[in-house]
Design a binder for this molecule. Structure first.
Ligand code: G
Ligand code: G
Ligand code: MN
Ligand code: NA
Length: 256
């Protein structure tokens, strides 16, 4: 409970910040976007992993204010980078959204407001949702996703393959990108089933006009196999860990 109390104060005390992990083209290894990942620097306990505090934030509803802070911060940073670098290709910032963030009214309006306030084009924003988000409020979320899609915001299904009923969701919701869970990617050269699941997912996505981002690429062998399957995008320690905004800016400076 102490952690919950502390987390309540974390935003105001400026203890949260974002890290950015590159999402790269597997064809030329250029960066095509960043996933924003929240970090908490606790004044006494030091860095606390989101794997520890995000579940608490979700249970307590604190994910709502934290999520808005993350979105605002990520859009602002992205807009600054776009002003600083001549990004001559489509480039997106990808932000995670949890189920409780969708239960409040006017979520769509709030997202539009953040885009306007930060000056970021809707086409530069991608939201990552998990299957559990879609499962909890299917009707309301389908409508909201249509609204966001019409604005130009991209929608990615995170951790694809690890939830339930994934395939029916693909026809029910306007999903643009499948983020293939790293549990498949890490076994791609070791396990025949994982290889086939990855292969089938890439083919399915192509047939449904969706993109695939392979998560958790750690080795050259995984990269080579994914390229062999014509998987276009990837993310993982092989390319870069999540890094702070300064280091992310340096990566951009090398490329643009
Ligand atoms: O960055 P790391 O791999 O430690 O993240 C652990 C988990 O926390 C991942 O599942 C990731 O999706 C989640 N996470 C990180 N940042 C955010 C965020 O801003 N919002 C939400 N909802 N989840 C996040
Ligand atoms: O659930 P989500 O996909 O949002 O989680 C992102 C998390 O995955 C981040 O915490 C990030 O640190 C972690 N991650 C990113 N790339 C790799 C990787 O190559 N290997 C492993 N083990 N974790 C990764
Ligand atoms: Mn994610
Ligand atoms: Na994931």
């Amino acid at each position: 409970f102490q952690l919950e109390t502390d987390l309540r104060r974390a935003i105001d005390n400026q203890e949260l910040h974002l890290h950015y992990q590159p999402i790269v083209s597997l064809v030329n290894q250029k960066i095509v976007g960043f996933e924003a990942l929240v970090r908490w620097q606790h004044p006494q306990r030091g860095a606390i992993s989101p794997a520890e505090f995000i579940p608490i934030a979700e249970e307590t509803g604190l994910i709502v204010p934290i999520g808005w802070w993350v979105l605002q911060q990520a859009c602002l940073q992205m807009q600054l980078w776009q002003a600083q670098f001549a990004m001559n290709v489509p480039f997106k910032i990808s932000v995670n959204f949890s189920a409780p963030q969708f239960t409040q009214p006017q979520v769509g309006k709030q997202i539009i407001q953040i885009l306007q306030a930060t000056g970021l084009d809707a086409k530069s924003l991608q939201l990552e949702l998990t299957e559990s988000v879609l499962m909890e409020h299917p009707e309301a979320i389908a409508a909201l996703m249509e609204e966001l899609n019409a604005l130009g915001v991209s929608l990615a299904l995170d951790d694809f393959g690890t939830g339930y009923s994934s395939l029916s969701y693909l026809q029910r919701f306007p999903i643009n990108i499948l983020k293939l869970d790293r549990s498949f990617v890490c076994r791609i050269g070791k396990c025949y089933q994982s290889w086939e699941i990855v292969r089938a997912t890439i083919m399915l996505a192509r047939a449904l006009d969706m993109e695939v981002v392979a998560e958790g690429i750690e080795t050259l062998e995984q990269l080579a196999r994914l390229r062999g399957l014509k998987c276009k995008f990837g993310q993982g320690y092989y390319f870069s860990q999540p890094v702070d905004s300064t280091a992310a800016g340096e990566l951009l400076a090398q490329q643009f």
